[in-house]
Design a protein around this ligand. Structure first.
Ligand SMILES: Cc1cc2nc3c(=O)[nH]c(=O)nc-3n(C[C@H](O)[C@H](O)[C@H](O)COP(=O)(O)O)c2cc1C
Length: 252
């Protein structure tokens, strides 16, 4: 194994990044991160000796279209990849197969794949995930992946999912802004979609917003939130998925 795992993530509220770091910890002593949420990130051509962990969230059982679009500018160039789909306790459906297919299309060799849990960034089911139990399990997954790579295996794992992928066209809403907004502009600066105008941070451009929840999560005044009726309806719909603990899965 190399001394460094390269992690390429799209992680608006940090869940996918957290689980990727836990997985990488079992694989190598050092990590180097590349941030697909940053619209300015310079796409890289990886080296055939690189091991790249690519992590992104499930949005409606698919990879976020913004992540797909950005990832298509990066080149695997024969590097070995680990695909990680991170989901909030409902289901990951076609997220992992879509990510694996995409990575192959970009010239990576997908040597391992994982479907991993993180707190749901909208309704907060799977609350507190990844927790200590996840941390131990992800460390063990990382060591299993490293052992496979050390053995020089070229076998690529089969991953769950279907072709054609399920349809998902997003949710028809944007966060609302309350009077608590001080206009500090942090949300505008950090929005991965550039959907919040710098001069008018109390607004959101619905044609750009992907409802990634970053602005809601980072607002120092908690001034941003989804419309209450939508949130209530989603909470009701997703509550049954919180009834039992879902487990992380590794495909080697
Ligand atoms: C727009 C949107 C759609 C989502 N769809 C799903 C889903 O289909 N299944 C699921 O289990 N979690 C879903 N989630 C939860 C995220 O996959 C989960 O919280 C993930 O950890 C978010 O990644 P991040 O914290 O790196 O932003 C969704 C979250 C958002 C914002």
């Amino acid at each position: 194994m190399p001394q460094t795992i390269k992690i390429l993530h799209f992680s608006p509220t940090g869940g996918a990044r957290r689980v990727a770091l836990l997985l990488a910890k079992g694989m190598a002593p050092n990590v180097r991160e590349y941030d697909l949420c940053d619209p300015q990130a310079e796409p890289t051509v990886f080296h055939p000796d690189d091991v790249v962990l690519v992590a992104g969230p499930a949005y409606g059982g698919r990879l976020p279209a913004m992540m797909t679009g950005r990832l298509k500018k990066w080149q695997g160039n024969g590097a070995r990849a680990v695909a990680a789909a991170v989901y909030g306790g409902r289901a990951y459906e076609d997220t992992l197969i879509e990510l694996s297919d995409l990575l192959r299309g970009q010239g990576f060799r997908v040597m391992a794949a994982a479907a991993l849990l993180a707190e749901h960034s909208i309704v907060h089911i799977a609350a507190g995930r990844p927790d200590e139990q996840d941390a131990r399990q992800l460390g063990a997954f990382g060591r299993q992946i490293a052992a496979k790579l050390d053995h020089g295996s070229q076998e690529e794992p089969a991953v769950p999912g279907s072709h054609p992928y399920k349809e998902w066209s997003g949710m028809p809403a944007v966060p609302q802004v309350s009077e608590a907004c001080t206009g500090c502009g942090l949300c505008a600066e950090k929005c991965p979609a550039r959907a919040i105008p710098t001069g008018q941070p109390d607004t959101t451009d619905p044609s750009r917003c992907i409802l990634c929840m970053r602005c809601v999560a980072i607002c120092p005044q908690q001034a941003r939130a989804l419309p209450a009726p939508m949130l209530e309806a989603l909470r009701g719909k997703l509550a049954p998925f919180d009834a039992e603990r879902r487990e992380n899965e590794l495909f080697l």
